[in-house]
Design a protein around this ligand. Structure first.
Ligand SMILES: [Mn+2]
Length: 398
């Protein structure tokens, strides 16, 4: 398309003008849009006294079906010397124009209406193979209500098994299964809150034994349903080896949550024939880890390292953002799973999702006194989901 100067020269040549006249300020021919739906049109100088608006709009590349001139219009006229015709009188107009559809192109609306009318509901299976996640958080075996907690854990295995079969029958391709331990698998007996020794219903040996057998049973039940089963976990605050005064004795590597996860994994490794497809990821001492579930980057952290003020969504996302800034373990993750804060929460922020996994425990008057929630087991369970090339999906608390 010729530029404006070329058009002006052409216009002047048609008139036999010697040179292009300088235009008064605000009267340079063209269209100037103020926004997507309105603007100002100034016509080219013409020897004719009436403007043909449709032709004018079209000559500047604007479809008269989509734009219109708003009356009244401004008009100017002046004289110009031309070699061919001597002095000629020229006319030009200035008018506001607007989109006939106030910003939405009529053609787009029509195509949207057509696609709505054409649509018929159909099955859209998730593309790609998905990993199935079973996220165990905060059973705190050894606190009051532990019988019910173990019952809930076993039922969660039943429901997760159903869920895998249900998703497969709906066309979701599930290959890997991930059993994640998000910390606080046992309660401990002392050093975590003031009357804990009086409150605990199992000694430490029984707590560890019950927790690792429940985890090992989970692996045994879910392993036959998967082509690859991965056990991964992080340590929680209740797993720490603490003094009576509540201080960590040796360091973050000395954590019973990691020990329990490691013990269950060792049992799988001892039986290669049945569990050769079981793998594990247990950190040496890091409090957060990351992994790829069916190609999607996932991070795990218990949550106690964030401090109690991090209970809010903003707090956890702020912690995650700063870990990312520091290039730490969860920096690349696009899905972060935490425990510690007990109530289910799924928060999406941009391209990242944070899942606060529900607690498996039986509720706690102490926790409710501090936080206002979790007095009973009404919202307890295990969070399951699929994770695949398009991220997490199919969230279900079982
Ligand atoms: Mn905790």
């Amino acid at each position: 398309m010729p530029g404006m100067i070329d058009r002006l020269k052409q216009s002047a040549d048609d008139l036999g003008a010697d040179r292009v006249t300088k235009f008064p300020a605000g009267w340079t021919p063209g269209i100037e849009m103020k926004d997507s739906s309105s603007g100002v049109l100034v016509t080219r100088p013409s020897a004719k006294q009436a403007a043909n608006w449709e032709e004018e709009l079209r000559s500047w590349g604007f479809d008269p079906a989509l734009y219109e001139v708003i009356e009244p219009v401004q008009y100017r006229t002046w004289e110009m010397y031309t070699t061919a015709q001597g002095v000629v009188q020229l006319h030009y107009y200035k008018a506001n124009i607007r989109s006939r559809t106030e910003g939405v192109l009529a053609a787009d609306a029509e195509s949207m209406k057509r696609s709505i009318a054409k649509h018929r509901a159909k099955a859209l299976p998730l593309p790609g193979e998905q990993g199935f996640v079973f996220a165990i958080a905060d059973p705190q075996v050894g606190k009051p209500g532990s019988d019910a907690t173990i019952g809930r854990w076993m039922e969660a295995i039943d429901r997760a098994t159903d869920q895998i079969r249900f998703l497969r029958s709906a066309g979701v391709s599930i290959g890997e299964v991930w059993v994640l331990t998000l910390g606080d698998l046992i309660e401990q007996c002392d050093g975590f809150y003031s009357y804990q020794a009086f409150d605990s219903v199992l000694n430490r040996r029984d707590q560890i034994t019950v927790a690792y057998r429940a985890l090992w049973h989970t692996i045994r039940e879910l392993a036959p349903l998967s082509s690859r089963l991965v056990v991964a976990g992080v340590g929680g605050n209740h797993g720490e080896n603490r003094t009576r005064g509540g201080k960590v004795v040796t360091g973050p590597a000395d954590n019973d949550d990691l020990l329990i996860t490691q013990m269950a994994l060792d049992l799988a490794r001892a039986n290669e024939d049945a569990y050769g497809h079981v793998e594990g990821q247990v950190p040496d001492s890091a409090l957060s880890i990351s992994m790829e579930i069916a190609g999607w980057p996932v991070g795990l952290a218990h949550g106690h390292q964030m401090g109690s003020r991090k209970r809010s969504s903003e707090g956890v996302l702020d912690w995650w953002a700063k870990q990312t800034f520091g290039g730490l373990n969860v920096a690349q993750a696009r899905l972060l799973l935490t425990g510690h804060f007990h109530s289910l929460r799924i928060v999406e922020d941009g391209s990242r999702v944070w899942c606060q996994c529900p607690t498996l425990d039986d509720g706690s008057a102490y926790y409710a006194e501090r936080t206002g929630s979790g007095a009973d087991s009404e919202s307890s369970g295990v969070l399951t989901m699929t994770v695949g090339p398009q991220g997490p999906d199919h969230f279900r608390k079982v």
